[in-house]
Design a protein around this ligand. Sequence first.
Ligand SMILES: *Cc1c(COP(=O)(O)O)cnc(C)c1O
Length: 490
Amino acid sequence: MKKEAVITEERTLDPQYWSALNELGHRMLDDLFYYLETSRQRPVYTKPTAAAIDSMQQPVPEMPQDAVSVYEDFLKHVLPYNTNNIHPRFWAWVQGGGTPLGMLADMLASGMNANVSIGDSMPMHVEKQVLDWSKQIMGFPETASGLLISGASLANITALVVARHHADRNIKTKGLQSLPGPLTIYGSSETHNCVMKGVEVIGIGSDNFRKVPVDENYRIRTDVLQRMIVEDIAAGCRPFCIVGNAGTVNTGAIDALDELAAIAKEHNLWLHVDGAFGAIPNLLPEFASRLKGLELANSLSFDFHKWMYVNYEAACVLVRDPELHREAFAYAVSYLMVHDRGLSAGPDGYNNYGMELSRGFKALKVWMSLKQYGLETYRTLIRQNLQQAQYLAELVQNDPLLELMAPVPLNIVCFRYNPANMLTGELNNLNREILMRLHEKGIAAPSYTLLNGQYCIRVAITNHRSQFNDFELLVNEIAAIGKEVVSSKW
Ligand SMILES: *Cc1c(COP(=O)(O)O)cnc(C)c1O
């Protein structure tokens, strides 16, 4: 039976004439360089307009639109309303600022359209190089395995899956229901919520996460941890993992990792360290002693996109025992076999070390950044951020209307505006109002947290563009807004 050809012209998504797109591409580059160069001149926060939001509530486009006009939509409706973590006074949550070279590296990776999973290609080796460098930075043995992944949240889950496999290799096939008692896991009450989500997702259940209380410095109480483990064993539970914090998200507290390593060893537990940002100062010789024990962890997660200032997304998980890591994830199937030669020859696929099969070329921006800046530049910038945190803490302590709310062991400063004679509830509302006005006026973007029920303005400094006088401006503006709010009986 003869079929009528309906296609009269063969199509592709590539342009017919490249020069117009070439011109648009150069315009985009110029615009973005200008955007980065002038970030300080714009407000740190700009609320998306109704028109911008409306532009994202349109039907699926049926007909094609010119690339230039699509770009103009982006310029008009998207770019001006960025989260704006590229601004020198962005200190909310824990977000890095990215770099111009990182932006270009993402373009290169995207242009290659590399899928860094299996096969004999250089992107695989670039990722291996970045993982080897990561091991050196963190003091892990060169035999360790690792994986680049979107963020510390997924890095933590990846590590917990290996920890679960370490607890009992049968779980992989028989499931947790094959165990006589529940697996239990331990971490301080300051542990990041993504660990709790991970514990839920991998079937441990958050009720089996034992939130160990912290001391006055927000560090895990190791004496209580010991007691909890012993009690759980006596009750028929199966302790399997301790999660240590190298830099808690609230205050930057660093657990006594060496003590956690000793406790883990004593009970044959897995020690995972969440070092999302706080593991990075391991680069500094003068700081490394405060992270003592980091190198003893069975696994470690950290972000490149926070305190290594790499553009989103890029994080890393390292696992001391590469065989266990591989065993936890590898799954032999006929369509992913390694061949002797050709495209399907080694190296070992990254799909054997995590959940993702298709994976982007995150490694390129990390590789290029580490080469361009060198560890010396990172050390300088991390020291600068640490000093800025101490400087802000001093400014707060020298101002009678401001109150420092937690110790500052790292790069996070929690404080509040506190005119005398106000109750906690009133102070909480006052400081929330100050923060919202600080954002709305586009002055600075700290975030917030509650410490013992008390609302704090929280400044997390993983920003390579911040200058010391930005913190002076912050404190002065908070004093001015505080006065304004109090006198206006808001
Ligand atoms: C940010 C953070 C995470 C989560 O990392 P993502 O990169 O956002 O997924 C986990 N733990 C800590 C301590 C963090 O600060």
